[in-house]
Design a protein around this ligand. Structure first.
Ligand SMILES: [Zn+2]
Length: 419
């Protein structure tokens, strides 16, 4: 079991950001767009290496780089990654940092987190806003979002008009393509045009996604997933989410709602889930499921009127202190998690599964016996075992993912603009 608590440092823009694709991208994006993305991914790269990487002639690269330089999207600098035997160091290309600023915002139940990055993906400022635990209206959530956005911009001495795009993520069923919020555990309403309402509220283009896709984008753009073609991220927070990367791209499915691992059924007519259906995986392992069972293990005088998070912490402390009933609750949740992970392995066979989220502080959920059970339920159990890592990222990493969402959203418009 490899438990990793990485401390990302994204301040060095020479490292680049974004997926590192060994093969030319077959997405259909224009060559100019691919040149821009390749430079951003590399951090610093020469024209010759760019031509080799994209498998096109140096002359084509020189022409396209000239256009991107004229548009102010790229800049030339001395290549600090290469030593020069004599004379001047070679010239490298990098993204012009002030070509565009974007904001990534992760909306969550108890705190909203915002991050400002420049066009090269370098973080410039961050802000967070503690907020009420209860479900509330979208209008109120957008007020709170505006508050954290303005605090962030004040910190960076920028105005809303300076922002090219806001990436906005929240838990629930969020349709990235249409911008529709179908359902979210944060909200009392359903089926609202989240993206349009947010754009009206802030006067800035907005891209929306569910929070599991945010943390997956964070791994793909800034984390271990940058150089991996395929991997899965399973998030355990208020619910259970999943992000899936196939061939260096986030897979969203036809409905653009993301991978709802938490609502795959693990029991017919089973426990009631917050989605309204029964037997969903998250009805056995998400925090509300654990809290629901906590009353069987805790003394009522200890937890009366406690907030769910406080109650869950008490349950965990009791389990650690030897309370058998509390241990049984976590062990059972761990077994259901093993079942869910084994289903991911049997369906997608990803070389790496990253477990992320607040609940990763509860080590029962990724104990050795959970992983053993996952392997025993996986059909390819004689092959090399799946690599499972736990990344205990804070909300800021999720906000990085929201910023990546915004950066990829604007890259098209930036690279396609006419000089
Ligand atoms: Zn459900």
């Amino acid at each position: 079991m490899n438990i990793e608590i990485p401390q990302p440092d994204h301040s060095d823009s020479s490292l680049g950001c974004g997926p590192i694709r060994p093969e030319p991208d077959a997405s259909g994006a224009s060559l100019r767009h691919r040149v821009f993305e390749s430079v951003r991914s590399a951090g610093q790269i020469s024209r010759i290496d760019l031509a080799k990487q994209l498998r096109v002639s140096p002359a084509s690269i020189t022409a396209l780089v000239g256009e991107l330089l004229d548009l102010g999207l790229l800049r030339e600098s001395q290549d600090t990654t290469r030593a020069s035997a004599r004379g001047r160091p070679p010239v490298a290309l990098s993204v012009q940092p002030d070509a565009g600023y974007v904001v990534g915002i992760k909306l969550a139940r108890s705190q909203h987190t915002a991050l400002l990055v420049d066009a090269a993906g370098r973080p410039l400022a961050q802000a967070s806003l503690p907020c009420a635990h209860r479900r509330r209206s979208l209008a109120q959530i957008l007020d709170e979002t505006g508050e954290v956005l303005d605090a962030l911009l004040k910190e960076a001495d920028l105005a809303r008009a300076d922002i090219a795009c806001i990436g906005l993520g929240m838990p629930g069923m969020i349709d990235h393509a249409t911008g529709q919020m179908v359902w979210s555990p944060l909200l009392i309403e359903r089926d609202l045009p989240l993206r349009t309402l947010a754009e009206d509220a802030f006067g800035v283009p907005v891209a929306v996604d569910n929070d599991a896709n945010l943390v997956t984008l964070a791994e793909l753009w800034f984390g271990k997933g940058r150089a991996m073609a395929d991997f899965a991220v399973v998030t355990i927070e208020q619910g259970v989410g999943m992000g899936l990367v196939i061939n260096h791209r986030l897979y969203r499915g036809a409905g653009s709602l993301g991978m709802e691992l938490g609502h795959t059924k693990v029991q017919m007519d089973g426990a009631l889930c917050q989605c309204g259906q029964r037997g969903c995986l998250e009805a056995y392992i998400a925090d509300y499921a654990l809290v629901r069972e906590a009353s069987t293990a805790l003394d009522p005088t200890d937890y009366a009127n406690s907030a769910p998070d406080v109650m869950l912490q008490q349950l965990y402390e009791q389990a650690k202190a030897g309370n058998e009933a509390a241990r049984v609750i976590f062990r059972r949740a761990g077994r259901f998690l093993a079942l869910g992970l084994a289903n991911v392995v049997n369906l997608f066979d990803p070389p790496l599964i990253i477990l992320a989220g607040e609940r990763m502080q509860y080590d029962y959920l990724y104990a050795d016996d959970v992983l053993r059970e996952m392997h025993s339920l996986s059909l390819n159990r004689d092959a090399t075992p799946q690599q499972v890592e736990t990344h205990a990222w804070g909300d800021l990493m999720w906000a990085h993912g929201a910023a990546a969402l915004a950066l990829s959203d604007i890259a098209d418009a930036m690279a396609e603009q006419q000089g």
